[in-house]
Write a protein that binds this ligand. Structure first.
Ligand code: NOJ
Ligand code: CA
Length: 575
């Protein structure tokens, strides 16, 4: 399936301004993304530079030294484009500009250059499955007649029933409710319906349209040419639909027989995108990377997305959803590493799921997007969840591959479950009539300093409050409070990232499981300096004896008399 295009890097910026490749060591890969620590930055909630209560690019630029000192290699920005914000920016009205509330294209250019000067690469989010209903192509399609070329770029169909009053098929929106909305035609009559797998404000593109394909290849070139180093592809398995638009029975598995998930024709899209990325150089410091948001239960189907002719890598959602249980985690780790085509990624949280401290503080520590209301019924033991999140951080950062850190994870923020109903913004909340609280609780503005909201999120004396309220208890979880405390989550992340960064063998390379008691995960990494580093994570209910070791590099909690307490991970130098 591979298109192995390697063209001269006509557009690759050279000279100063692009990060150099990291220190090379045996086993250290050529491509920066294979073992990077990547910070997921949700602009709206990171830092507010102008005091309107909403994060922006000016805020990010001011805080770049914070990210540099945290020790990350790259930032993934959630969508930063102009958007009516029906789905927090995943409804894009212009793919070649910046949302005015966040700043300007000039701000983005400056941010990219400044990040590169810090040695930090930039990954942006591209949303190819759907646009905003305010995108000029869609407003143009609404103004055009049924059957017109303008409507061919989306999925417009007549309705069923005597007068077209029923949707064209039975598909449901992933956010709840029907996946079709009826339009009013130019003459005022009720007309065709259009498809939206998400909110009505997010019409799906028709990837059978050559216009759509050309447009996105051009959008990629637009951003790569501005110095962007990677693209995160939203809803990557959903793009192609069965043009007959058959009803779903509910029993279909993702794959060629599914009307819209993981259809075979989606691969030609990413083969073309890979050729575009490769125009800018491959591997090394110049390489541009594509990471897919691909959510598939079948590892063999997932493997089809990655490889030399397609995406570089995909997110590891099974790891994120896995309960805090040694046997389950070991299985997911083995399955991840067995996917030889895809360098591993390790993800504990993101802007769509409950924060890890809360997940691990519940009696059921698994997670699934479909079952959020079930998980929210449990009480959360924050102290337990925090202890486990610390242990999980060290487990995760010891695994070979790239690690993603969602903003606030490094502060140990928890899922805010008591947001007043009238302040909730997520379309999931409204489209499920409140049955599903949605994702706002993981998107609360970050606490930076001070003892009360807005905790330095907005400049002192700003007239506006943060767009979602921050819990007052976060006074203990601000960046300044945690910087001052050696025992804080932030200090743990900084130290773990520092060790990982200075030991290439801890990033890339292999791992070897070591014998361990039930409920314990133990494996060795070879940092290439003689002695191995052993990671031991105790997920059992009681303390376990530590193996003989030369020194403790780092531990997620206090060690007692040669034993590892429950819910604690240690990095040991052994042998
Ligand atoms: C996945 C994104 O991560 C999520 O936030 C968004 O709502 C959907 N895709 C739709 O774009
Ligand atoms: Ca702002």
């Amino acid at each position: 399936m591979g298109i192995h295009v390697h063209m001269p890097s006509a557009h690759a910026p050279s000279g100063p301004g692009r990060p150099e490749s990291g220190r090379k060591a045996p086993g250290h890969p050529d491509s920066w993304w294979q073992c990077a620590a990547i910070y997921q930055l949700y602009v709206r909630s990171f830092a507010d530079g102008n005091g309107d209560g909403i994060g922006d690019l000016a805020g990010v630029r001011e805080r770049l030294p914070y990210l540099a000192s945290l020790g990350i290699d790259a930032i993934w920005f959630n969508p930063w484009y102009p958007s009516p914000m029906a789905d927090a920016g995943y409804d894009i009205s212009d793919y070649r500009s910046i949302e005015p509330v966040f700043g300007t294209l000039a701000d983005a250019d400056a941010l990219i250059a400044e990040a590169h000067a810090h040695g930090i690469r930039i990954i942006i989010d591209v949303v190819p499955n759907h646009a905003s209903s305010r995108h000029p192509w869609f407003t143009g399609a609404l103004a055009a007649a049924p059957g017109s070329a303008a409507r061919e770029r989306f999925w417009f169909r007549p309705g069923r029933g005597v007068s077209g009053e029923l949707p064209p098929n039975n598909w449901q929106s992933i956010f709840g409710g029907p996946a079709w909305t009826r339009v009013t035609e130019a003459d005022g009559s009720p007309g065709q319906w259009y498809l939206h797998l998400f909110a009505p404000e997010q019409p799906d593109f028709n990837w059978g349209s050559a216009d759509v394909r050309r447009e996105f290849e051009d959008v990629l070139r637009f951003w790569f040419s501005r110095g962007v180093d990677g693209i995160r592809i939203d809803s990557a398995a959903l793009l192609c639909k069965d043009a007959a638009l058959p009803d779903v029975s509910g029993g279909e598995r993702p794959g060629p027989a599914h009307p819209y998930t993981d259809r075979d024709d989606v691969h030609s899209v990413y083969q073309a995108w890979r050729a575009v990325a490769d125009e800018y150089g491959t591997g090394g410091s110049g390489g541009r990377m594509l990471i897919g948001e691909v959510w598939l239960p079948d590892a063999a189907r997932l493997a089809r997305y990655v490889g030399p002719g397609e995406l570089h890598t995909v997110f590891n959602f099974p790891y994120l959803n896995c309960p805090w249980d040694a046997a389950s985690l070991r299985r997911v780790i083995d399955e991840t590493l067995a996917l030889a085509e895809a360098p591993a990624t390790w993800v504990l949280s993101n802007h769509d799921v409950d924060r890890v401290v809360s997940r691990y503080g519940r009696p059921d520590t698994a997670f699934s997007l479909d079952q959020r209301p079930y998980f929210h019924r449990f009480p959360v033991d924050l102290a337990l969840g925090t202890r486990r999140a610390r242990a999980a951080a060290l487990l995760t950062m010891a695994l070979p591959g790239a690690v993603y850190i969602y903003q606030g994870e490094e502060l140990g923020l928890w899922e805010v479950q008591d947001i007043p109903d009238e302040l909730r913004q997520d379309p999931i909340w409204t489209r499920t009539a409140g049955a599903d609280p949605g994702r706002d609780g993981s998107r609360i503005p970050l606490p930076w300093s001070g003892t009360e909201p807005p905790f330095g999120f907005s400049p002192a004396g700003s007239p506006s409050e943060p767009w979602l309220p921050q819990p007052k208890e976060w006074r203990d979880l601000t960046v300044s409070a945690e910087t001052a405390s050696p025992d804080s989550m932030l200090s743990l992340y900084r130290e773990a990232l520092r060790i990982r960064r200075s030991s290439p063998g801890l990033r890339d390379g292999s791992m070897t499981w070591q014998p361990s008691a039930d409920g314990v995960l133990a494996f060795d990494r070879l940092p290439g300096e003689g002695a191995a580093v052993r990671c031991v994570a105790n997920l059992s209910a009681g303390p376990v004896a530590l193996p003989p070791y030369a020194s403790v590099l780092l531990a997620s909690g206090p060690l007692a008399d040669g034993s590892l307490p429950p819910d604690t991970t240690a990095w040991l130098r052994v042998g």
